[in-house]
Design a protein around this ligand. Structure first.
Ligand SMILES: Cc1cc2nc3c(=O)[nH]c(=O)nc-3n(C[C@H](O)[C@H](O)[C@H](O)COP(=O)(O)OP(=O)(O)OC[C@H]3O[C@@H](n4cnc5c(N)ncnc54)[C@H](O)[C@@H]3O)c2cc1C
Length: 394
């Protein structure tokens, strides 16, 4: 086999890149450490900037089939349950909410040549020497590669090798995630994302899946400020009763949702949220980073996977138009780093806004109330640089 471009990680970023490269007839091999895809069904918000890319990749119809259409947002006080702001989205392109596992499967299905995807292959290290790139695996012989694209997530082995002095840091927040079959009593939550914001806690709830096809769920993300995180692993089961106690507030609906979560046979898992300082560069020689490997961020703008998908599209575009891979990697990095750094910052700022207390919270609540009552479109203008971004013409 000729040396090919090697992608590490079949997450949302790696799979999108595989789809985009295949569309441009660029050869690649994709390696994933897991034995198969995780079947976790948690929700993911797919904003218009992403839908635009998925349309270009020819999978918008499939996305629509697995999604719930979000038309706006509602922000409530965690303490009083009072509505602080609500507004409608004003995009021509839809904003969807779907199950992560369904999006993953959709991207996987979109790749024609499945022989290019290899499971149970964990990259341990790599070496670039005398213009040769060698990849070393946990349980198999080394592979020579034409180039290495690391889409290996927040704890990326490749990023650690490029920047040994920097580690992803625990951000001081733990997230609990649960999913419930959609019930009629959740109807007030349809067609939007609802956020309860409070000093130490915030909760995001939104429906996902396709109501028309009878496949619909309610997705729940509960975030708490927690200074100490010393648990290891990705699927740490949470004590559901303790979570329900911790997040109880004045909302009768949220109370019911938490009770339903306790009664549900589905587990509720917890995650420590990790971030990384923005990196000065992502590409070195024949190696580059993509998605969370390049710019891990707090999920408080719901843009982590979105940025990975945008990265993938742009990287494929430069690999198709630039013969020299190293130049393509540099152009890709130049095109992406400013935007993703800004999204990382906004996501961090949102943590302070969501969890504000005292005078800061009072000012936030007043400002939100005023704007949403008098100029609700201002709230859309604030995110227009994210959602209205058109990669195709940028
Ligand atoms: C609570 C929460 C809610 C979120 N909600 C949203 C949302 O609504 N919208 C949104 O856009 N984003 C959201 N995100 C962010 C989003 O989940 C991530 O940004 C996104 O999954 C990153 O994709 P990725 O492909 O870069 O990395 P990952 O999805 O982490 O994929 C990395 C892959 O690489 C594999 N891998 C790792 N190391 C190796 C190795 N050494 N060898 C081989 N394979 C390896 C892993 O097994 C994995 O499959 C949320 C995140 C959280 C925590």
């Amino acid at each position: 086999m000729q040396d090919e471009i090697i992608i590490i990680g079949a997450g949302i970023g790696g799979l999108t890149l595989a789809r985009a490269l295949e569309q441009k007839e660029i050869h690649f091999q994709l390696y994933e450490q897991a034995d198969s895809f995780e079947a976790l069904g948690y929700g993911i918000q797919v904003s218009p900037n992403v839908v635009r890319v998925l349309r270009e990749l020819g999978v918008e119809k499939q996305l629509e089939n697995i999604s719930h259409l979000c038309l706006g947002f509602e922000l409530r006080s965690f303490n009083s349950d009072k509505v602080l702001a609500k507004w409608k989205l004003d995009n021509d392109i839809p904003y969807y909410q779907c199950r992560r596992a369904d999006l993953h499967q959709l991207l996987f299905n979109s790749i024609q040549d499945k022989n290019r995807i290899h499971f149970s292959r964990r990259l341990e290290s790599y070496e670039e020497k005398d213009d040769r790139l060698s990849l070393y695996w946990q349980d198999s012989e080394p592979t020579a590669a034409k180039a290495l694209i690391a889409a290996d997530g927040v704890h990326s082995i490749v990023r650690r090798s490029l920047f040994p002095q920097h580690q992803a840091q625990y951000a001081g927040y733990a997230a609990f995630r649960a999913i419930l079959p959609f019930q009629d009593k959740y109807r007030p939550l349809l067609a939007k994302a609802t956020v309860w914001m409070g000093e130490n806690h915030h909760v995001v709830v939104y429906p996902n899946g396709n109501q028309q096809q009878g496949k619909s769920w309610l997705n729940l993300v509960l975030v708490v400020k927690d200074r100490n995180w010393n648990e290891q692993g990705w699927t740490i089961p949470a004590d559901k009763k303790a979570v329900a106690r911790d997040f109880a507030n004045k909302s009768a609906l949220l109370k019911e949702i938490l009770e339903d979560t306790i009664a549900s046979p589905e587990p509720c898992f917890k995650w420590g949220l990790f971030i990384h300082q923005p990196l000065p560069y992502w590409s070195q020689g024949k190696v580059t980073l993509l998605g969370d490997a390049a710019h891990p961020m707090l999920p408080f703008q719901a843009q982590g996977a979105a940025m990975a998908i945008e990265d993938a599209y742009v990287l494929a575009k430069y690999l198709a138009s630039e013969r020299d891979i190293e130049k393509a990697f540099v152009k890709y990095q130049q095109a992406r780093i400013k935007r993703t750094t800004k999204v990382q910052q906004v996501s961090r700022n949102n943590a302070d806004i969501f969890h504000a207390s005292g005078a800061k919270a009072a000012i936030r609540n007043f400002a939100l109330g005023l704007v949403s009552a008098t100029m609700p479109n201002l709230l859309n203008k604030k995110t227009a640089w994210i959602y209205d971004y058109d990669l195709m013409s940028s």
